[in-house]
Structures are given as C-alpha cells and as structure tokens.
Design a protein around this ligand. Structure first.
Ligand code: ADP
Ligand code: MG
Length: 239
C-alpha cells in the first residue's frame, strides 16, 4: 500500500492555479525526487504534503487515511529547506535539541538522540559552536540533524543543497544518500532542479511541468524511455 497518496490534488492562490490535478503514490521507504523548472510548483507540492499550505481540492492520504485537515505537527514529517534557518544565538546542540522540546522526551533521551544524529552527520566535534562558526555545509547538516532527531516517518527536502558550493554539494548529497540507506523505513521526498542529484539519489523521479506530472519512473526508465521531449531534456537523454 502507498504510504502517501495524492489523488487529484489541486492548489490555487486566488485565481491562479499552481498545482493542476496531481495524482501519485509514494511508498514507504522510497526516495522520491521531484524535478522540474523553476516555478512549476515543486515547493508548493511539498508544502501541501507537509500541511504548511491547505489543499484546494483533491485528497491527500497517509497510510490510507485522509490528512487534508491534519495539522503539520501531527503528520510525522520533517522538512529541510534550502535556507537552513538555524537559531543564531543557540549552539549546534541546542539547535538540534530544540525541535524535541515539545515532544515530552527526557533530557537524557534528547541528549542521546542529538549525539547519535551528530555522529551520523559528522557533527560531533561542533556541538558547542554557534551557527556563524560553521561552514555552509556544516550548517546544512545541522538542519538535517534537527530533522533526524524528531524521528520523522517522512523527510521532505526542498533544494537542500542549492546554497552550497560544488564540492560541498557532492559531499552533502552523499551524506543524504547514506542517511537514507541507514534509515530503512524512512521515506524521503526531495525537490531539486539538478538532474545529477535526481539521477543519483532517486528510487523514482517525478517530472513536473507547470503544475502537472509529466512522467514518474525510475531514473533508468526516464532516461531510456522518456515520454516527451520535455522529460528527455530534463533527464538528459538523447531523444
Ligand atoms: P518551484 O518550487 O517549482 O520553483 P513554487 O511552488 O515555489 O515553484 O511556485 C509555483 C508557482 O506558484 C509560482 O508561479 C509562484 O509564484 C506561485 N506561488 C507560490 N507560492 C505562492 C503564494 N503563497 N501566493 C501566490 N503565488 C504563489
Ligand atoms: Mg521551490
């Protein structure tokens, strides 16, 4: 069964329709990548899945239950944005622990979770630093760590690497791939306009164009049998 099902999802801002009837399934543990040109609706779609925006029409369900009206905090989702928005006056440790404050965990549990996530992301030496004392790549890893400690069922990433320089982008991309391999049942939904990121990270890729799904498939399927010149152009195959 699909973990996340989008059934004819539409979203308008005023009279302007941005998402124009998207239907698709995302499986538990899957790494699903949304690609498409700037302005095609990728961020909006993530915000609809997370509950940060209301759906205009259609049904979003998690594990078979409609969640259109469920608040973001009840959806078991963590989101990582391209601008990592850390609290500047808090240490790395405090930034990562902050999201757990409301969860009712003990101080010891919080500490253990932060230390485990820091280890996974190679942040252990930096826990007492402030964000401004870190590189861009380290800051983005803190933002990912902050999501990990909440133990979400689903991670949403919105172009998390786009503010990093080329070398860091590759390193952080490998880190995210490793993270997914290490968290077996954790679903990742990842938005990018970078075709290399899409091809290397995805179990499946969904190509969006102007609020509509052009094609969904594995990287190989899209590369070998794109169903339009648009998809071929995006994936880089010679159609
Ligand atoms: P992408 O992430 O693919 O670049 P977005 O989802 O951010 O695209 O935006 C899709 C379209 O929706 C754009 O034309 C954008 O201007 C518009 N849009 C996004 N958010 C809002 C909003 N809150 N109000 C009005 N228009 C919006
Ligand atoms: Mg966007």
């Amino acid at each position: 069964m699909a973990q996340i099902r989008l059934d004819n999802i539409r979203k308008s801002f005023g009279a302007f329709e941005v998402i124009k009837g998207v239907s698709m399934d995302i499986r538990k543990g899957e790494f699903m990548v949304f690609v498409g040109p700037s302005g095609c609706g990728k961020s909006t779609l993530l915000r609809l899945i997370s509950g940060l925006e209301d759906i205009t029409s259609g049904t979003l369900s998690f594990d078979g239950q409609p969640v259109n009206r469920l608040s973001p905090s009840k959806r078991g989702i963590a989101m990582v944005f391209q601008s990592y928005a850390l609290y500047p006056h808090m240490t790395v440790y405090e930034n990562m622990a902050f999201g757990m404050k409301l969860s009712g965990r003990t101080r010891e549990e919080c500490k253990a979770r932060v230390e485990q996530a820091a280890g996974m992301l190679q942040l252990s030496p930096y826990l007492e630093r402030l964000p401004r004392q870190l590189s861009g790549g380290q800051r983005q890893r803190v933002a990912i760590g902050r999501a990990i400690v909440r133990d979400p069922k689903v991670f949403l990433f919105d172009e998390p690497l786009s503010n990093l320089d080329a070398a860091l982008r590759v390193a952080t991309r490998l880190e995210i791939a490793k993270l997914h391999r290490g968290m077996h049942d954790t679903t990742m939904i990842y938005v990018t306009h970078d075709q290399v990121e899409a091809m290397t990270l995805a179990d499946r890729i969904c190509v969006l164009r102007d609020g509509v799904v052009e094609q969904v498939g594995t990287p190989i399927e899209l590369y070998e049998t794109p169903n339009s010149i648009f998809v071929a152009g995006f994936i880089g195959s010679p159609k």
